[in-house]
Design a protein around this ligand. Structure first.
Ligand code: SAM
Ligand code: SF4
Length: 423
């Protein structure tokens, strides 16, 4: 039996795309291997959102050069945001790679598959694995029209394209029939869902449809953009019982001039009003955000405004990144990357220390309380799952609880997770 190996780095969208390919290859009779050198088909799914990720991809690609030399019959394929339209340049740079396809360019992948005697990719994205995970990613909108000045994603993933609402509902229905209990709807701007479709459904409409599916326990969605978060959507989160009180709402910076230079389209005050509105409507909401420190020209005072928003808003989770100039983006073309690497690192560490202290305080409030956990799997001998607010919970149990809701009494907390025993 032939074997395949998939290596993925980057966002949940990449993970979903890799799962889609893995599912297709399983259906075509291939078996997964963790060891690239044993595989007949190797797929790397790349990320270039920051230089750090790109370096990892290049190292991984280089590590496969010897494999291709010793076993030329192996197919090495590259997808994800590293693949742009200049395929010839990529072929010159990495001549041992056989197949390049851009994110979602399934026609190119399908052509390769068929030319290698594999079945066609007819079911498209809506295909569902035999044994899907308890919590499954479901992309609902691809690409992004926003062109934030620092971000390479719109250049690599193209214009925003929403999937058909009925197709998504059918896919989720099939996932649930095969054991999935939670879906995580994905999009770069997930709350822009539907705007490009003829009948103009929106994310709130989709959530209402999915909320009706019997056997589905929870619905999440990410990533939301503050400019698209409508009143109707906030109300839907409050009203629909399966929709988790958990919103991923990147702010990126707390200073208005930096936000303007980032082309984010809102001010810090507008963001904070939005958060106030969300908290009034959805009182127990868990909020996560993304922050970039060391954007070109960011002064100490401007950085302090980002810290101030973190202090004021008290997010449950913050993804903090040091600014990394990316090819093609307007920030790279128009503004000099003038913040020293040490300054970026020091700001990143300050923001992280502040956020860790806040998260530790927030999580400490769970001490002695009981929480409802959707159990996903076992890690290091403990059962592991999440609360509706996306808190990671570990606990012990003799029984197999995968896919079940467990009530857990919290006995230990940290900035990153909760621990307890079955109540
Ligand atoms: N669409 C989402 C949004 O609007 O925030 C997230 C997509 S982006 C791929 C994920 C995160 O990477 C961003 O929220 C941002 O914080 C970070 N990011 C993107 N470009 C970056 C850059 N050039 N340097 C540092 N971080 C960056
Ligand atoms: Fe990138 Fe901005 Fe689009 Fe997010 S909204 S993917 S940060 S361009």
């Amino acid at each position: 039996m032939k074997q395949y190996h998939v290596w993925t780095i980057g966002c949940q969208m990449n993970k979903a795309d890799s799962d889609f390919v893995a599912n297709y290859l399983e259906g075509a009779g291939l078996r997964q291997t963790e060891i690239a050198e044993e595989a007949d088909f190797v797929l790397l799914n790349s990320c270039v959102v920051r230089e750090h990720a790109e370096v990892k991809v290049v190292n991984k690609l280089r590590s496969l050069k010897g494999l291709k030399r010793s076993r030329p019959e192996v197919t090495i394929a590259l997808t994800g945001c590293m693949v742009d339209s200049r395929i010839d340049d990529m072929k010159n740079r990495f001549p041992w790679v056989d197949l390049f396809f851009r994110p979602q360019q399934w026609d190119v992948f399908s052509k390769w598959a068929e030319s290698h005697g594999l079945p066609s990719l007819s079911q498209g994205e809506a295909s569902v694995p035999q044994n899907p995970p308890v919590s499954a990613y479901v992309p609902i909108i691809h690409g992004c029209d926003s062109f934030c000045s620092y971000c390479v994603v719109p250049y690599r993933r193209g214009r925003a394209r929403s999937r058909d609402l009925d197709e998504i509902c059918c896919q989720v229905q099939s996932l649930v029939q095969r054991g999935t209990k939670e879906v995580v709807l994905l999009g770069q701007i997930v709350d822009a869902y539907g705007d490009d479709l003829a009948s103009k459904p929106d994310l709130a409409d989709l959530l209402a449809e999915l909320n009706r599916i019997k056997g589905l326990l929870r619905i999440r969605f990410l990533t939301s953009h503050p400019s698209y978060m409508s009143r109707k959507l906030i109300q839907a989160i409050a009203d629909l019982d399966k929709v988790c009180e958990h919103i991923s709402l990147p702010i990126q910076a707390g200073d208005n001039d930096i936000l303007k230079a980032m082309k984010r389209g809102y001010s810090a005050e507008e963001y904070c009003h939005l958060v106030d509105d969300i908290r009034r409507t959805v009182p127990d909401v868990a909020l996560s955000t993304d922050v970039i420190v060391g954007f070109p020209g960011e002064t100490d005072e401007q950085f302090a405004r980002t810290l101030e928003v973190l202090r004021r808003t008290r997010f449950d989770k913050v993804h903090i990144a040091a600014y990394s100039p990316r090819p093609e983006t307007t920030a790279t073309r128009e503004i000099r990357d003038d913040i020293a690497p040490e300054t970026k690192e020091s700001r990143r560490a300050q923001a992280e220390a502040l956020q860790n202290a806040i998260a530790a305080e927030i999580n400490d409030c769970f001490m002695g309380k009981t929480v409802e956990v959707l159990v996903e799997d076992q890690k290091k001998g403990k059962w592991c799952g999440r609360t509706r607010g996306d808190k990671l919970v570990f606990f012990s149990s003799e029984a197999s609880l995968t896919g079940q809701l467990a009530i857990v009494k919290i006995e230990k907390t940290s900035a990153f997770a909760l621990q307890g025993t079955l109540a």
